[in-house]
Ligand binder design. Sequence first.
Ligand SMILES: [Zn+2]
Length: 234
Amino acid sequence: MENTSNMEALKNALYDKTYNCPICSKNFAAKTIKVGKNQVISIDSDLYTRYSIVNPLLYDALVCPYCGYAALVKSFDSLLPKQKEWIKTQICANYKSHPYSEYTTVHEAIHKHKMALLTCITKKGKTGEQAYIALRIAWLYRDLGDEAQELSFIQRAYEGLNEALSTERFPLFGLDEVTVMYILADIGYRLGKVLEAKRFLSTVITSPGISPRIKDRALDLKDKIFHDLNESEN
Ligand SMILES: [Zn+2]
């Protein structure tokens, strides 16, 4: 970031938080965003949220610099003894320390999320958790303008979230079932799965207790799909 006032705002919005690694028991510091500093500017149709000062995704995947254990902040401490063993033997045993900048770049955030995804697969984490991490990697690739990688991770997120709907309990990282169905409709549409997207939307729109925010977005997407289908007939 060349702009000095932007850099100042970024520094002021972050503080160092100490984490204790559940695998190697060492402490390490990582930047965390101060509550209330960062305002929402806009939200993409698949709910990727843009903020005024700093993208929270840049600071939400933690990698222990000593052993390579990686996870999203919310699931960092939740490990079963068996999962710790798998991570120690399959990740930490081969880990070579990777230097990251003090202020995470988008490329570094992708790297950290990929480490978290690998760790999640290694600990045999839930499909929904893996899909959620994949969706965030897709969003980070969107910021880089790398459409091929974005779509490949969207595909992965789509399959995992779809499977999680019928096999797992919700909420998933704070997302309820209807919100996940809405995301599936939108990313399905991005992947060209128009009929599936329509099916998810009908369920979303008729769900009792749906938030007006999601309902409005669902109706917008329904219009867009309707328009596309008409276009293709003419
Ligand atoms: Zn560690």
